[in-house]
Design a protein around this ligand. Structure first.
Ligand code: DX5
Ligand code: ZN
Length: 222
């Protein structure tokens, strides 16, 4: 089963509730919510108040991608604001196991995010505490960047690892990809092993007029 998670980073921030409703109506599965702090990454976006504001607009899972450092103190706020999935970068946490437990103790699914050059060995002692692995296929901070081709080999390695884990434990861990995902490369990315696809500019680049169906064809093509 595949999931499409449009990233609000490229949405019209003046009309977020409407954008959320439109992409879900168009067939998207999750809402990807990029949180940037102008410290861990060189950009500043949205926080728990905005998560709370969009929560009534959809029943779809809100997938919060934290690009913030430190990470722990903001987690309870996002859980209260209605987040369903919370992911963070291991470099941004002093105690990865503690941060994963904090997310799950607040009733959310937890995931680790790997930057393009971050090795997968962070998974070695964490798989039992993870619900999703997110591989970045661009450097975090901005939408609209190009997919880094080397991510495909990393995806295949992660897929192998997660399949072996599922065979041994019966527990499925999702494998998400984020950055430069387009209609033209999504099949290749799926073949490399991803099951959950973040797409920002590819979806919201489809226009900012008020036609509620302007995303339908892009999401259907994915
Ligand atoms: C980048 C964000 C992504 C971004 C993806 O740091 O994590 O979620 O919005 O945007 P596109 O799909 O345009 O590469
Ligand atoms: Zn993201």
């Amino acid at each position: 089963m595949y999931r499409i998670a449009p990233s609000l980073l490229s949405a019209d921030f003046a009309r977020l509730g409407e954008e959320v409703r439109n992409v879900i109506t168009a067939g998207a599965d999750w809402i990807h919510f990029d949180v940037m702090d102008n410290h861990y990454v060189p950009n500043l976006t949205i926080g728990p108040l905005v998560c709370e504001a969009i929560r009534p607009h959809t029943e779809a899972p809100i997938d919060v991608h934290l690009m913030v450092k430190p990470v722990d103190r903001i987690i309870p706020d996002f859980a209260k604001a209605g987040a369903n999935v919370i992911t963070f970068h291991p470099e941004a946490s002093d105690h990865i196991h503690r941060t994963l437990a904090l997310i799950r103790d607040h009733g959310c699914k937890a995931g680790l995010v790997f930057n393009p050059a971050t090795p997968l060995h962070y998974l070695d002692h964490a798989l039992d505490d993870i619900d999703m692995v997110l591989l970045m296929s661009v450097n975090p901070g901005f939408g609209g960047q190009s997919f880094i081709p080397g991510t495909l080999a990393k995806l295949r390695a992660a897929r192998e690892r997660l399949d072996a884990y599922e065979a041994a434990t019966g527990r499925q861990i999702l494998l998400q990809i984020d950055g430069g995902v387009k209609v033209g490369n999504i099949a290749e990315i799926a073949a490399a092993g991803a099951d959950t696809f973040v797409a920002g500019s590819a979806v919201f680049g489809a226009g900012r007029d008020s036609d509620p169906h302007r995303y339908d064809s892009v999401i259907a093509a994915m």
